[in-house]
Write a protein that binds this ligand. Structure first.
Ligand SMILES: *Cc1c(COP(=O)(O)O)cnc(C)c1O
Length: 403
């Protein structure tokens, strides 16, 4: 393993390739097969499903930035979850948060309904509750923090520590897509496996799908590699190469996106909307979040109090594109109930107090004044806000419901 003595910003751009020609950029090995040096000497690589030098370069770099001993690049974030759940045996008990990513919810529910696993959802923000639910028969725990778009935070360290006390073999899995390695190092908090959608911040340009699985545990790593090699979900050489390129700007992208997001959160909060963002002091778990992470990231959500008005806002912005996903250099706007979270049925959403009028903003690297102008125009057009006699914006919907 490479010594980890540089900061993450440096590691991201440091090219530690052992290329024969000293290419500054890792070469793209767009080859499915590799010739053996001789009949009995297999060489380092034989077949790209099993291994490819471009993918290896990416994985080594990921190891350094995630402080892992082993990292694997696969075809999507959901591909990571598929690999990880294959470590389970029939009937294993799994505890998962009750506000996980929609796709995670869908796959875990599918496995549960088929009888492959026994799935229990709990509110992970309630540390005592979740601790009381962990038992000797728990096999795996899935955590996400902050969740998206409700921004629920869980105490990763306490939950993980407790799980290990109950049974050291419980595997704690953490989805770090929302924070990225720039803002959070879940392996330092004791989790066994962390995974991330590379489609989001890691790549940052919405031109590939990818997923990363990282661990410090060699035995788990062997099992994970076995599944990847067996199923063929390793990331392709070209996508690995693109992800290497995307990673170089990860720290500057997140810095700028996050800076913009703090300003927009303040703006919406000042106008009088209920904003969910872990960077605002009024977030119920502001301190817990900031004890685990270096920042709040670049995704926020807010409620308008009226579904029709929310729809109007989303359709009135010009700079913000209406799209699912986040982590890209350009800003996006969405209504999770109609888009990313439509895979969670309406009844379950209601049980989890998921506001149907919720708007999610994923902030990019644009000029922040332009973004705020764009939002202001959309808010005015929708009737969500109005101007008072001093030309100040005020929340018209909130005022109406108070009357
Ligand atoms: C997008 C996302 C995933 C899934 O990743 P894909 O690359 O889209 O498969 C998993 N978890 C979270 C939190 C995500 O936002």
């Amino acid at each position: 393993m490479v010594k980890k003595n540089y900061h993450i910003e440096t590691e991201l751009v440091l090219s530690k390739s052992d290329d024969q020609h000293n290419a500054s950029v890792p070469p793209l090995y767009q080859s499915a097969t590799f010739k053996q040096p001789s009949l009995h000497n297999m060489g380092d690589y034989d077949y790209t499903r099993s291994g490819n030098p471009t993918r290896t370069f990416l994985q080594n770099q990921i190891c350094r930035i995630m402080k892992a001993n082993h990292a694997f690049a696969v075809t999507s974030g959901m591909g990571c979850l598929d690999v990880i759940t294959r470590l389970l045996s029939p009937g294993d008990e799994v505890i998962a948060g009750d506000d996980l990513y929609g796709g995670t919810h869908r796959l875990l529910t599918y496995l549960h309904n088929k009888g492959d696993i026994k799935l229990f959802h709990h509110d992970t923000t309630n540390t005592e509750l979740i601790k009381s639910k962990i038992s000797k028969s728990t096999r795996m725990i899935f955590l996400e923090s902050p969740t998206n778009p409700l921004m629920k935070v869980c105490d990763v360290k306490s939950i993980t520590k407790h799980a290990k006390e109950v049974n050291p073999d419980i595997i704690v899995v953490f989805d770090n897509t929302m924070m990225s390695p720039i803002l959070m190092t879940p392996l330092d908090l004791g989790v066994d496996i962390q995974y991330e959608s590379g489609t989001k911040y890691l790549n940052g340009h919405h031109d590939i799908m990818a997923g990363i699985i990282a661990t410090r545990d060699t035995k788990l790593a062997e099992k994970i590699y076995f599944v990847i090699n067996s199923t063929g979900c390793g990331l392709s050489p070209f996508d690995s190469w693109l992800l290497c390129r995307g990673l170089k700007t990860l720290s500057v992208r997140i810095e700028k996106q996050q800076q913009n997001c703090y300003k927009i959160a303040e703006f919406l909060n000042n106008v009088g909307f209920k904003v969910r963002f872990t960077g605002l002091k009024n977030h119920p778990q502001y301190q817990l979040h900031n004890s685990m992470c270096k920042g709040a990231g670049a995704v926020l959500s807010f409620e308008t109090g009226n579904i029709k008005i929310s729809e109007k806002i989303v359709e009135s912005t010009e700079i913000f594109g209406i799209a699912v996903s986040f982590g890209c250099v350009n800003s996006l706007i969405s209504m999770p109930c109609l888009m990313s979270h439509a895979s969670i049925d309406a009844k379950t959403r209601e049980e989890r107090e998921f506001p149907e009028d919720l708007i999610r903003l994923c902030i990019g690297i644009e000029n922040c004044d332009d973004l705020i102008d764009d939002l202001t125009k959309a808010l005015l057009k929708s009737g969500a806000v109005k101007l008072n006699s001093k030309d100040e914006l005020f929340n018209a919907v909130a005022l109406q419901s108070k009357l």
